[in-house]
Design a protein around this ligand. Structure first.
Ligand code: FES
Length: 86
């Protein structure tokens, strides 16, 4: 199981964490990975960025996830990991 923790701290919230949660949920469902990926919210990870949202995938922390780079982030950091775990 891959755990994706999306920061919902105030800085990330302002930069779109709510939308990001919806988008990740939709992608997980579209790929049928509901049993492989657990999506959670979390408080400030101490990595607030000028741009985008901070997301932790298992033990790796990624900053600056935006609407623009979401697809690449999802494919490289979440999808590949989740599929490797199947
Ligand atoms: S509010 Fe998200 S890392 Fe600080």
């Amino acid at each position: 199981m891959t755990v994706v923790q999306i920061c919902v701290g105030s800085s990330c919230h302002l930069k779109g964490s709510e939308e990001l949660v919806k988008r990740i949920e939709a992608e997980i469902a579209a790929h049928g990975l509901e049993d492989e990926v657990l999506i959670t919210g979390g408080f400030c990870l101490g990595k607030c960025n000028r741009e985008g949202v901070t997301v932790k995938v298992d033990e790796d922390v990624f900053t600056g996830v935006t609407e623009q780079n979401f697809s690449e982030f999802f494919k490289e950091r979440v999808l590949s990991k989740a599929k490797a775990g199947i």
